[in-house]
Design a protein. Structure first.
Length: 436
């Protein structure tokens, strides 16, 4: 992660989730396993401070936050009470200058069911990190004696030196030139702000559950086209907004996990970055051609992924002369390798909303093991109402069904309306007969 030293908004840097632990959890043993993992990763010791008007990062030698334990077994509905507590706590920010930039709690809801809840400032970890964290805790819990020393191969700080080398090299200049040429003309803003809200209520969350059978079919379609399933979803999002907004020029910010190297897959830290493909396609192409075009463009952009999108945004603001945002839509695809108990039981995971700087953020979560997938939608209420997001999600589901049925349909002909909306538009509104 490249940190630019600019002002930090805790609302857009909050990330979290929880795991259901459906066995008789020993809190003391779990606490020990958790401490073992935390001391193995230096990202948990990252802190930030302001120096001469700029924010700087450093490693702290201070104490690590202790695991909290809450017992809900005496509540009338323990599980509902625990989940309500989690939702309430997640609304509280973790400020960028806090001594510990993460918080985790073990909540007991029955003798054989605990919930492990966690949240962190995005400055010290990304979504992938939470799965690394949980997998290693489960492993340490069931296999005692694991070393608690920092593993050089798992050091986030060690990766920062490589970042510094990049910024001083020719690759940085080449990548900068590539992105500035792509955005030599700045795209128009897609969404208009309706209100101004600076509180956490400025963010909303909803989701679309995608049954495993349907997701498997979408995967099959992607393979038949020679693209990633994420590219199919990006193409669907492009179809929806190019049609509803009447524009063919739609930049979509994509998250890059930057863990292609084997040694980085076990690193906890904010390794994620963004590229911002600029999608411009005529509406007379069919969907499968669109997905192929998008895939080719993303692969080309990927070769220049190391140039920070935040740097590009800063330069474009200078060019545009205002607070220009590169992309109003962001997308992330995460395929998680969930933690497993020794008996093969998968520890199911639930992500909480990830607040994002883009007005609209799609987070596609693939948990594998035949589990249903979730398309999480996080949005800024300055731009969208909850009803508008519900309508968006429902229509995207209709669009995905149509794509599976006929992927060679021109994108201008793919249906966007639900059956109920078609009934209202085509039948009810045209019912002009009147008695004389």
């Amino acid at each position: 992660m490249f940190y630019s030293g600019e002002a930090l908004d805790p609302r857009v840097n909050l990330i979290g989730g929880y795991n259901n632990l459906k066995w008789k959890v020993d809190p003391v043993r779990f606490h020990s396993a958790r401490d073992t993992v935390i001391h193995r990763h230096d990202a948990f010791r990252l802190e930030f401070c302001e120096v001469d008007g700029r924010v700087r990062q450093f490693l702290s030698d201070g104490p690590i936050r202790q695991l909290e334990f809450l017992d809900f077994t005496n509540q009338e509905n323990p599980l509902a009470s625990a989940l309500a507590w989690i939702r309430h706590d997640f609304r509280e920010c973790i400020e960028w200058n806090s001594k510990n930039l993460f918080k985790d709690v073990l909540l007991r809801v029955s003798s054989d069911h605990c919930i492990y809840y966690y949240k962190a400032n995005h400055l010290i970890m990304d979504g992938w990190s939470f799965f690394v964290w949980m997998k290693q805790i489960v492993s340490a819990y069931f296999h005692t004696g694991t070393s608690a020393e920092v593993d050089p191969e798992s050091s986030f700080v060690a990766t920062l030196a490589e970042c510094d080398c990049y910024l001083q090299g020719t690759a940085y200049k080449r990548d900068r030139s590539y992105w500035l040429q792509k955005y030599y003309q700045t795209p128009s803003t897609l969404f208009q702000r309706k209100i101004v809200n600076n509180s956490l209520d400025a963010f909303g969350h909803d989701c679309l559950q995608i049954r495993w059978a349907k997701f498997a079919k979408l995967n099959d379609l992607a393979r038949s086209l020679g693209v990633s399933v994420s590219h199919v979803f990006i193409a669907a999002i492009y179809v929806y907004f190019s049609r509803t907004l009447g524009t063919s020029d739609i930049p979509i910010a994509l998250s890059m996990h930057n863990r292609s190297a084997a040694k980085l897959k076990g690193v906890i830290g904010p390794l994620m970055s963004q590229i911002v493909p600029r999608i411009q396609v005529k509406d007379d192409v069919d969907f499968d051609s669109l997905a192929t075009i998008i895939s080719k463009n993303i692969r080309k952009d990927y070769r220049h992924r190391r140039y920070p999108a935040s740097f590009l945004a800063r330069e474009l603001r200078i060019v545009a002369g205002n607070q220009f945002s590169i992309a109003d839509i962001a997308f992330n695809y995460e395929r998680f390798d969930s933690a497993e108990c020794p008996d093969g039981t998968v520890v199911d995971t639930h992500q909480l909303g990830q607040f994002n700087t883009a007005p609209l953020f799609f987070d596609l979560c693939d948990f594998g093991h035949g589990q249903d997938c979730w398309l999480n939608v996080d949005y800024q209420t300055d731009f969208f109402s909850p009803d508008e997001i519900v309508s968006l999600i429902t229509r995207l589901d209709v669009l995905l069904d149509a794509i599976l049925t006929s992927p060679n349909t021109q994108i201008q002909s793919l249906p966007l309306l639900t059956k109920a909306e078609e009934q209202t538009l085509l039948v009810d509104w045209n019912a002009t007969e009147a008695a004389y």
